[in-house]
Write a protein that binds this ligand. Structure first.
Ligand SMILES: Cc1ncc(COP(=O)(O)O)c(C=O)c1O
Length: 342
């Protein structure tokens, strides 16, 4: 569902730019494009999911004026829902855990969202996600007129991204050969995949997960970078949802983000760094002249105190990785500039 002009700030949603990345991977033998989802009004691709879920629920009469929206999120979905709920004048309670960043908490609050903090992880699984979902169910009992977007299972989350891939195809004038999506609820991957499969497109779908995430059946482990990855397999996942899954470590994410910033001047969030490193990992298997698209989910500003803080990286990993690798193109540009100045 697309926003209408009378959806105010929410009508700025979508139609995000697709830019070509020529510098971040040296000696590229294929074309690499990035969809800058940070330019959605709430700052991430989750704005699309939040809007679609709320608008569809309003249409289905599941949300009325006095409905309280209750969701578990410590990040982008919470911010997207807070913005959409504020615009439609709906009360929003966001169930978060202590891992939420101060900045995300403030953003949700500034949009009028009420923060409900669970202080302890679930004693059996050790997971905050489990205790957050338990709290959501408690709140749904307390507020009789409540709506739970349930982003991990709601097909309206995935459907929002049929528009994302439609926009990509309309700019390229064809479906990409490769599409890289970071995964958590699997909404983005599923929505894009559904659209492509319905059109029998030959696009290879690459899911970019986090090391320590269980979505694709790996063992659970600690993860420091929020956004992609999940501590439980989401209901939106299904077997063969992706042609390939690539798990990226926290440190690789940091390297990827810093390379994007230092070569392309794109300041993006953790999952974007992961995606870049996933491209790097399989680049030798990508045919010449293929068209590859990466969906960069959110803004780097939200990670200034973590991914982009030398002190934070040193404290967590004990050293600062060497990140900048100049591409041939960059060297060519430099020598072209030197020549033009001489
Ligand atoms: C930064 C970031 N990247 C990737 C994802 C994964 O997107 P999805 O939930 O559509 O799988 C999220 C989800 O919240 C996110 O915030």
């Amino acid at each position: 569902m697309r926003p209408l002009a009378d959806d105010g700030v929410l009508s700025a949603l979508g139609n995000t730019p697709l830019i070509q990345l020529k510098k971040v991977i040296p000696d590229l033998h294929f074309q690499l494009f990035a969809k800058l989802e940070s330019l959605n009004p709430g700052g991430s691709m989750k704005d699309r999911a939040a809007f679609n879920i709320i608008r569809r629920a309003i249409e289905k009469n599941l949300i009325r004026r006095d409905t309280v929206i209750i969701e578990s999120s410590s990040g982008n979905m919470g911010i997207g829902l807070a913005q959409a709920c504020r615009y439609y004048g709906l009360q929003f309670i966001c169930v978060v855990d202590p891992k939420i960043t101060q900045q995300n908490r403030r953003l949700i609050e500034v949009y009028g969202g009420q923060i409900d903090l669970v202080s302890k992880p679930d004693p059996v699984s050790g997971e905050y996600l489990v205790s957050r979902l338990r709290r959501v169910h408690e709140l749904l009992q307390i507020h009789k007129n409540a709506f739970w977007p349930n982003q991990y299972a709601n097909i309206d989350n995935a459907d929002a991204h049929q528009q994302t891939i439609r926009e990509i195809i309309s700019v390229l004038d064809r479906a990409p050969d490769y599409l890289f999506c970071a995964v958590s609820t699997c909404g983005t991957l599923r929505g894009c995949g559904t659209y492509l499969k319905a059109r029998a497109a030959n696009t290879r779908l690459i899911a970019v997960d986090a090391v320590g995430s269980v979505i694709f059946g790996a063992h659970k482990g600690t993860r420091l970078i929020p956004g992609h990855g999940a501590a439980m397999r989401p209901a939106l996942w299904y077997p063969h949802i992706a042609d390939q899954c690539i798990a990226i470590s926290d440190l690789e994410c940091i390297i990827g983000c810093r390379r994007l910033a230092s070569t392309e001047a794109v300041l993006a969030g953790g999952s974007s760094g992961a995606i870049l490193m996933a491209v790097e990992r399989i680049k030798s298997s990508i045919p010449n002249d293929a068209i590859c698209v990466v969906i960069l989910a959110d803004r780097g500003e939200r990670y200034l105190d973590t991914i982009y803080s030398d002190q934070w990286v040193l404290e967590r990993f004990g050293y600062l990785p060497e990140v900048v690798r100049h591409s041939v193109l960059e060297e060519n540009l430099c020598s072209a500039m030197e020549n033009s100045y001489s």
